[in-house]
Design a protein around this ligand. Structure first.
Ligand code: ADP
Length: 484
């Protein structure tokens, strides 16, 4: 089975969030199942730099605005997964992030940059593909950046391949002025409600949802939630029309990258049955971050984008009272400046108890995950969430809100779940600071007073199989269904 996996970010080549983690792991797991898979992505400078054996394989012509680009192919060294990149100096080779410049301002030509990604994916799946020897049977799209692909495949490229779109986050939709239609060579006859129009704008994500042959989301709960007004971000009507077709498949984690037994960012490794190393990692983390070195002080961890979605504003008003009872906080993240400042203030006022690192830092994210006692993730919505899965694997029980993938992966600790050894974390009863506080207190009560019970909860999470193997089989089953 030949699959073209289209995405705008792939770990370890380039990453802004969970999409990169999924795009780095899922194709590898599918390849291991025998799928002939290739990734297609933009040729950002970091991607061109990091791929091995990068070679030109085709010329891409008749593209909007830039007319011409080069298709290159290389491999990700560790996994040997093939990656095709669109090399265009005009579109992708610039300083800054994949979506915005160094000041955080969105690139104005994003519709063209991701319209081109979508267009090339469609071309490669159709009769005018410049690749004579490799034509995909399935085109697997991811999020809005690839949303126009199914539309181009169906309306313009006469593609015989089947398309699937995976929804990783409905909050980002890629809506742009209708004036982009002629530039992107999209037929205006389909700029309607039954097409890619959304409230007078061109919506990349809606196009994907409307034209794709199959839709998946990254957790079963999120598959249901997005059919409601609260989580559908305006597309709940269209989604519920196709509701019975939407398949939720929980993400896995990359166990080569996220494994406390082998993690190279840690000063000591540990496992479910040999937890001693976790203590060493905790004291090293406390030292590194200027926190008081104290094995008994409950250390709360946060690694997150600091946005409304992630709900960390709920931690701000309750954190001082937790500190007053001896808790520490290690936070790594960045985003909304008001929230960044609120946490900075908390750190300034609580030297030795609170550490706030604003920015992106891969090694520190591993050290926080391993060195902390609990991981705080009170997201208002969470399509899947990876950090809570990392928390489970690292013996850092997650404290989460009951939504999306958090609800599907974290099992609240109560008498029944503790007895049957499924309890692996703590789940809030609603998205509020009071509920977060009471949930953290419940965890603290066990952490402070019952070391054996705490160890059991840690072990329950650490012994779960969180790898991609199971999820990859589910994707494979969806591909097979599509091909029948
Ligand atoms: P989302 O994709 O919505 O941001 P996820 O939990 O699905 O959230 O995935 C976030 C990924 O990004 C995780 O791998 C997490 O460790 C990583 N991450 C988020 N913020 C940072 C940061 N400041 N530094 C390092 N890694 C981060």
């Amino acid at each position: 089975m030949r699959v073209l996996f289209v995405t705008s970010e792939v770990f370890p080549l380039i990453k802004t969030g969970g999409l990169a983690d999924v795009s780095g792991s899922l194709p590898t797991a599918l390849q291991n199942l025998g799928v002939d898979i290739r990734i297609l992505m933009p040729g950002y400078p970091a991607v061109l730099d990091k791929l091995s054996d990068l070679q030109e394989i085709a010329s891409l012509d008749n593209l909007p605005v830039i007319h011409h680009a080069t298709l290159m192919m290389g491999t990700i060294e560790d996994t040997q997964v093939k990656v095709m990149v669109i090399k265009s100096a005009q579109l992708y080779e610039r300083d800054g992030g994949p979506y915005s410049d160094a000041n955080g301002l969105e690139w104005l030509d994003n519709p063209l940059r991701f319209g081109t990604l979508s267009k090339v994916a469609a071309i490669l799946s159709g009769p005018r593909s410049p690749l004579a020897d490799w034509r995909p049977e399935i085109v697997h799209c991811n999020d809005w950046q690839t949303g126009l692909t199914p539309a181009y495949m169906k309306l313009l490229e006469q593609s015989q391949a089947k398309s699937m779109i995976s929804l990783h986050n409905m909050a980002f939709q890629g809506c742009y002025a209708a004036s982009w239609l002629p530039t992107l060579a999209l037929p205006s006859t389909h700029f309607t409600q039954e097409g890619f129009e959304y409230h007078g704008q061109l919506s990349f994500l809606k196009a994907g949802i409307f034209y794709a042959d199959a839709i998946t989301t990254v957790s079963p709960s999120y598959a249901k939630e997005i059919q409601t007004a609260e989580f559908g971000f305006g597309l709940e009507g269209l989604l519920s029309r196709r509701g019975h077709e939407i398949k939720g498949i929980l993400n896995g984690i990359e166990t080569d990258e996220w494994n406390p037994e082998t993690d190279q960012y840690l000063i000591a490794n540990y496992s479910a049955n040999k937890l001693a190393g976790k203590k060493l990692v905790k004291s090293a983390l406390q030292e590194r971050l200027g926190l008081k070195i104290d094995a008994d002080a409950p250390l709360l961890g946060v690694v997150s984008r600091l946005t409304h979605q992630k709900g960390l504003d709920m931690l701000v008003p309750i954190m001082q009272s937790l500190i007053n009872t001896g808790c520490q906080l290690a936070l790594l993240g960045g985003g909304e400046s008001e929230l960044e400042n609120a946490f900075r203030h908390l750190a300034i006022n609580n030297l030795g108890s609170v550490s706030v690192t604003i920015g992106y830092n891969e090694p520190l994210s591993h050290q926080i995950m391993a060195g902390c006692d609990m991981f705080i993730m009170p997201s208002r919505f969470e399509p899947c969430g990876l950090n809570q899965l990392y928390g489970l694997a690292y013996g850092t029980p997650p404290i989460v809100n009951a939504t999306g993938g958090l609800a599907d992966s974290v099992i609240d600790t109560n008498i029944i779940t503790f007895k049957n050894k499924t309890a692996n974390g703590f789940v809030m009863s609603e998205a509020s600071p009071a509920s977060l506080l009471s949930c953290i207190r419940q965890a603290l009560n066990i952490f402070n007073n019952d070391a054996n019970a705490w160890r059991q909860i840690q072990k329950n999470g650490m012994l779960q199989n969180l790898s991609w193997d199971k999820s990859a089989l589910e994707y494979l089953a969806e591909y097979e269904k599509l091909m029948q």
